[in-house]
Design a protein around this ligand. Sequence first.
Ligand SMILES: Cc1ncc(COP(=O)(O)O)c(C=O)c1O
Length: 453
Amino acid sequence: MTVETMSQAAQTARTALPKIKTSLPGPNAKRIIADDERLISPSYTRSYPLVVKRGRGAIIEDVDGNEFLDFSAGIAVTSTGHCHPHVVAAIREQAGELIHMSGTDFFYKSMTELSERLSKVAPMAGPHKFYFGNSGTEAIECALKIARYHTKRQAVIAFYGAFHGRTMGSLSLTASKPQQRRRFAPLVPGVTHVPFPYTYRFGEGKSEREYGLACAKFIEERLFKTTVPPEEIAAIFVEPIQGEGGYVPAPAEFLRELRRICDEHGIMLVADEVQSGAGRTGKWWAIEHTGVEPDVVCMAKGIASGMPLGITMTRASVMDWVPGSHASTFGGNPVAIAAALATMDVIEREGMRNAAAQGERMKQRMSGWVTKHAKVGDVRGKGLMLAVEIVKDKQSKTPAPTERDRIVQLAFENGLLLLGCGETSIRLSPALIVTQEQCDYALDVLEKCIAQV
Ligand SMILES: Cc1ncc(COP(=O)(O)O)c(C=O)c1O
């Protein structure tokens, strides 16, 4: 089937809106949650009792037949919507032919094919090289190791509020919530965290541009001149839009300054596009909105519509390590790659354009909430990576995590799936193929829930 006919089939699923038929959680959901409590690691953070059965487009059906409008997309993963027919067909076809043969030891065409396609949409000039893993954290681990290997330096800079993953290397870069690090020390040494330009909360009267420049200046004027000599720094890791930290876009001036600092001192600039990439902001990579060219791009989440895939893309000159330096048994699994190739078709054909258009419309409406609703302190984001920051009151900007959680819970009860982010924000990250009707509906529900709290 062509992408065109697939899209028509998907269209029907996409026009759907939520239908709640039972009390929540329903009886089947209750049983599974009880089993889960007995068997599953309590480290997971479940926001509400949703037990998923199947998904289509932007709709999730639970085990009791309730249908929800999904504005979380499995944490910004199902970029083409749940079970997009074009992606499902590609997965089925590949699964019937070859499921695994380890790209670590052997060769297969789809790995180079996907690399060629990603190279064409890279945010930095080519040639490029690609490393294949299975997740966001692995894409970051690879970047951390290659940065040290390539530069022969040990130190790394990351930012407060950053989330780069949960394995020991990426966790050392993560500085989002204390619970993510508590009792796991010692982490990888050599990481220094510095302020990220989260202007609304920490900018103290400065514009985004001014605070962005101040944060970059801190690196040069304080860090380099006091504790970390620049010639010892391998890389700066930055999310062009902080995800878990609160959906906070980095001002363009800040990223341009990071690029200049990196160029002056032979430091690598690593863009963590695990959440912000794959078309979500209306461009392939969020950093493209600023014109800044990174040396390394880490991607995962939306790149394969839910199949586990993490990719580290570098300027070719950076990947100068030798056989045996780094690899992964499952990394670049043929089925995940087939899903990624099909995902790229859908993103290029309609996803990116739609993300830009729907995101712009939603942001316009949501921006009005800052004056309309006492508890909305800030609205920010790009494309379909949007956030509302909930506060006790606008003057003090006191974080209101309890109220935020209540809003997310109320939205669930009304059939809308949302997730929190940062200390006190709510993120909207639907599939890139979400319809205008679904966006309007979601904002109606969210606004009603905000007004209720
Ligand atoms: C920006 C960013 N980097 C890295 C990660 C880690 O990805 P994963 O959970 O696939 O390991 C995440 C996950 O939320 C992320 O948002």
